[in-house]
Design a protein around this ligand. Structure first.
Ligand code: MG
Length: 390
């Protein structure tokens, strides 16, 4: 099985480190695999900008994403559970950080471009509207006749049109690889060139992360028990491993050990499958990645086990009566807000009023609503719906 060797005392060298890796390109050539996306090979940005010597293009993308308003607002957007259900569970922001952390770990082990992976991971959910997929479905209905709404596509709209940080152009002017990576998320069945391995990895990390943390959050909230979850083979196997190491663990520590085991086993599985393939393929460039039918992912067995867990979570958690209530309430409020703003564009902030002249009022209102946090959305609803009724 492929796994990078861990650091041991033998690795301590008395030799002087090579101090000649002065540039980002040199460092990447020394560290990254030939099938990784090297910064030097970036297509660049839509609006040309001078490069920086202290920071590579993908590091710069990461920083632009972190400093964007849309990224900050992820802290007020639900992942699965809402703010009134407690303060332990993940928000869209903490989910995003967990994805980035896991993706970077795997990237380093496979010698992929960590900077690109981190930027892609921090960007991947930036287009989520308030109230997660419930909000997405409601906004989609609002503009169903005009191309609909998808959080994956919205990320690109945010990055190219909605964020305003620079005098010279709208958007964040991210590297094309970030936009292309996100584009590939909008249609996963699409035929044609394979995405970069860095893009494929973020997708895998997203799935590993939510399977583990949704399990954690649901147990913590008492919506499902570990005993019920143990009917699912992925959990059963992880529990057996936990029990092997700690026979008498219970309560919170058992849940945490289980989540740790779930993540560790999934990461090891991806490293084992992808690592074995990449060690044998002898790819010398990303061109070979793009032409290949190889897609990074778990082994067939883990894939089936994950599908079983996701089916369980869908039934017992994502369709829990409390979530269904949140869904219904959020959807009706979002749709009502959309109707109010469309009827009275003067209520929109100036930026979205002018945007309405370019993209139409229906779309501009959706863009505005999509940017809201859960709480701000409900606040606006309270203000505007009572005003309308009054
Ligand atoms: Mg995600």
């Amino acid at each position: 099985m492929f796994l990078p060797k861990s650091i041991s005392a033998d690795d301590r060298s008395t030799a002087q480190p090579d101090l000649h890796l002065a540039t980002i390109a040199e460092r990447e050539r020394a560290i990254l695999a030939p099938y990784a996306q090297h910064t030097l090979d970036s297509v660049g940005r839509r609006h040309a900008e001078p490069t920086q010597d202290y920071r590579g293009a993908y590091q710069r993308d990461r920083d632009r994403i972190i400093h964007s308003a849309a990224f900050r607002r992820l802290s007020g957007k639900m992942q699965v559970f809402t703010g009134d259900m407690g303060d332990y569970h993940r928000t869209r922001l903490t989910h995003t950080h967990e994805v980035a952390s896991i993706a970077r770990t795997v990237a380093r082990a496979l010698r992929l471009n960590e900077d690109l992976v981190e930027a892609l991971a921090l960007f991947h959910d930036i287009g989520h509207p308030p109230f997660g997929h419930a909000g997405e479905d409601a906004l989609h209905e609002c503009v169903a006749n005009e191309g609909g709404f998808s959080h994956n596509k919205q990320a690109i709209v945010i990055a190219t049109e909605l964020e305003r940080r620079y005098a010279e152009y709208p958007g964040l002017n991210l590297s094309q690889e970030i936009l292309d990576g996100q584009q590939s998320r909008t249609d996963k069945q699409r035929k044609g060139n394979a995405p970069l391995l860095e893009v494929q990895l973020v997708d895998c990390a997203d799935s590993m992360t939510y399977d583990a943390h949704d399990t954690d959050d649901a147990v913590k909230l008492g919506w499902v028990s570990i005993e019920e979850l143990a009917k699912v083979s992925l959990i059963r196997d992880a529990l057996a491993e936990v029990r092997r190491k700690h026979a008498n663990l219970s309560g919170d520590l058992l849940r945490k050990a289980l989540v740790h085991q779930l993540l560790d086993s999934q990461v090891r599985n991806i490293l084992s499958v992808a690592g074995a393939f990449l060690a044998e393929c002898h790819w010398q460039s990303t061109a070979e990645v793009k032409e290949s039918s190889f897609r990074m992912g778990p082994s067939q067995e883990i894939k089936e086990q994950k599908a079983e867990l996701e089916k369980f979570l869908y039934r017992e958690v994502y369709r829990h009566p409390r979530i269904l209530t949140v869904r219904a309430e959020a959807q009706s409020r979002l749709k009502e807000l959309w109707t109010i703003y469309c009827a009275e564009p003067g209520l929109l902030p100036p930026h979205f009023r002018s945007r309405a002249e370019v993209v139409g009022i229906a779309r501009s209102v959706v863009d505005y609503l999509a940017g809201m946090t859960d709480r701000f959305c409900f606040q606006r609803y309270e203000e505007l719906s009572t005003r309308t009724r009054g």
